[in-house]
Design a protein around this ligand. Structure first.
Ligand SMILES: NC(=O)c1ccc[n+]([C@@H]2O[C@H](COP(=O)([O-])OP(=O)(O)OC[C@H]3O[C@@H](n4cnc5c(N)ncnc54)[C@H](O)[C@@H]3O)[C@@H](O)[C@H]2O)c1
Length: 357
């Protein structure tokens, strides 16, 4: 019997580890590729080895490959040997703000690393679905040009054209992206191109805030995870601009993994989806403080800096209608309150263990 194989890059990260668990539960042999680059990008607080060890302990049919996606020959060789049935590419330099300090590492990882993966897949398994984690930062700061209304604790779209959120047809051009957004645009377009030009079953998932208990949140990436860590450690959180009313839509990594599984079973070529929690799972930073406090019991201390982060979205939530139309069986299964509860519990157990975080 042919045992199906999935290759997951960034397997020690939030999304990668969730994909590994999800495909493993469906009988796949799971190959994870990660080199703990997150610790290089963000220092010891970004170290994801704990998550790699967790996968190696919990998943019987999991194999870790210590490889850098920038290693073109290494990636090509691995893809040839494995010829996976599905490729899920989540490895990335994921931070908007970090990219300006490391422009070459950022571009070499997000753009060239993605090209390495695509070419390797074209050579080794061109028929296999290739799912790429893109980002809503491909839209740059253009969502900030939509008319907004200010409510007591959040901003919202005033323009009824966006009552369901930002659709995939929104322009990615002529706006401020950050170097991270620019390198992710390059990766996103390449993934689409391999779908259209070579007819490979590829898709780009333009994530809002992807979150869950297995995130190694740091100040520069992983907003809810980091905020909850600050709350539990009773450290002040710094809010940058927009009165703390900036809105993000949050989706549990398990719901991301479920969409990816469904796409892999019934793939299309060169597709793009906005993937987030949508309006129902959105919150502002001020609202997040309240939600977290209601679970942890600690009121969040914070400092306010008037200057927003460069290019930061004032209000962003994804229009999920295309995803739901193409994959009607997929739905969001974790409420925001439930997701926050899970992250609180996970941080509590990790912070209890010396070196566990
Ligand atoms: N988490 C979010 O809020 C969010 C939002 C939008 C898009 N995304 C995208 O989703 C993907 C996954 O995000 P995440 O939150 O799981 O990130 P993460 O940092 O938790 O995981 C990424 C993993 O990739 C690994 N990695 C990085 N560079 C590598 C390299 N050169 N070679 C091998 N491994 C490498 C890291 O060590 C890390 O374990 C990324 O592409 C990110 O841009 C995430």
């Amino acid at each position: 019997m042919h045992v199906k194989k999935v290759l997951v890059t960034g397997s020690s990260g939030l999304i990668g580890s969730e994909i590994c668990a999800s495909f493993h539960a469906r009988g796949y042999q799971v190959h994870g590729l990660d080199n703990n680059q997150r610790a290089v990008f963000f220092g010891p607080m970004g170290d994801t080895r704990w998550n790699q060890r967790r996968l190696q302990k919990d998943l019987a049919h999991f194999e870790h490959h210590e490889l850098d996606i920038r290693d073109r020959e290494g990636v090509k060789k691995l893809m040839k040997v494995l010829a996976p049935d599905v490729v899920v590419h989540t490895a990335a330099q994921p931070s908007h703000d970090r990219a300006a300090a490391i422009p070459f590492d950022d571009f070499d990882t997000n753009a060239v690393g993605t090209l390495n993966m695509l070419e390797a897949a074209r050579g080794g398994c061109p028929q296999s679905p290739f799912i790429h984690l893109s980002t809503n930062k491909v839209y740059g700061d253009k969502p900030n040009t939509i008319a907004l209304k200010e409510l007591a604790t959040r901003w919202d779209y005033a323009d009824p054209a966006y009552e369901h959120g930002i659709p995939e047809t929104f322009s990615i051009d002529q706006s401020l992206h950050s170097l991270f957004g620019a390198s992710k645009v390059a990766g996103d377009i390449l993934v689409q191109e391999y779908g259209r030009y070579f007819q490979m079953p590829t898709c780009c998932l333009r994530g809002g805030c992807l979150t869950g208990p297995n995130h190694t949140g740091v100040e520069l990436h992983g907003f809810l995870s980091y905020l909850i860590r600050c709350n539990l450690e009773k450290r002040p959180y710094t809010v940058y601009g927009y009165k703390g009313k900036q809105v993000r839509d949050n989706i549990h990594s398990a719901d991301v993994a479920e969409f990816i599984y469904q796409f892999a079973q019934n793939p299309r070529c060169g597709e793009v989806y906005n993937l987030g929690g949508g309006k129902d799972h959105s919150c502002s930073i001020l609202e997040a403080f309240e939600l977290v406090a209601s679970v942890s019991g600690f009121k969040q201390d914070y400092t306010y800096v008037d200057q927003p982060r460069i290019g930061d979205h004032i209000c962003y939530y994804s229009d999920l209608r295309k995803m739901k139309a193409h994959y009607p069986e997929w739905r969001l299964t974790h409420s925001l309150a439930d997701t926050i509860r899970q992250i609180v519990e996970q941080w509590r157990s990790r912070l209890d263990k010396p070196g566990g975080a």
